[in-house]
Design a protein around this ligand. Sequence first.
Ligand code: ADP
Ligand code: ADP
Length: 226
Amino acid sequence: MANVSLRHVYKIYDGGVTAVTDFNLEIADKEFIILVGPSGCGKSTTLRMVAGLEDISKGELYIGDKLCNDVAPKDRDIAMVFQNYALYPHMTVYDNMAFGLKLRKMPKEEIKRRVGEAARILGIEQYLDRKPKALSGGQRQRVALGRAIVRDPKVFLLDEPLSNLDAKLRANMRTEINKLYQKLGTTFIYVTHDQTEAMTMGTRIVVMKDGFIQQVDTPQHLYDLP
Ligand code: ADP
Ligand code: ADP
């Protein structure tokens, strides 16, 4: 059964820009899908439609068995990690990670357990009382990942999560995200314009160009890897 299914999906922005044209993709449970392509080809728009942050102009989005075109973001079984971290500057790392769960009125003990576990997985336990400005870029991105993990979603959406990091840290975080994927065993959809990330991270790669899917294949086939 496909975990996420996009069927003949289009996005036409107000003003008439067609950002995504006839996007068709069946994503199986526990796949790690990479959406790759040059800037402006529609990757982010596609991801944001899955998240519910953009309306779908035409076509259908299923998450699990459920038609989700009109389902609010908070009622989709997803969590999204953004390029710019989107952390709350006035809150501690703990509160940043706990915030979404508090909104959902989860019991305090359960919140504590989930934040603790996510912090352990990401190696940020010692920073829980700090504010984001007292963290490095890599640590902030871990907190952003942690905030998504605590929600225990079925699908992770990541929009260029490493592009604000320097080259060395990017290489480390590629490995970290691969490990995270192995550990969590959930579906990942990951947007990047970086060939190296595409080659080293996904189980299947979707190459986009001008709003269309150009090619879908494994990294081995696409990049002639051993
Ligand atoms: P990518 O993520 O591949 O860089 P985007 O999905 O951000 O591409 O953008 C795809 C196209 O849609 C681009 O032509 C972009 O200018 C346009 N676009 C993106 N967001 C909007 C918006 N809010 N309103 C109008 N056009 C947009
Ligand atoms: P949080 O990000 O901790 O959930 P927000 O106040 O930023 O807290 O989110 C309000 C709503 O926006 C959430 O209930 C959810 O629907 C959506 N949202 C915000 N951030 C995310 C995220 N990282 N992943 C998925 N949905 C999000």
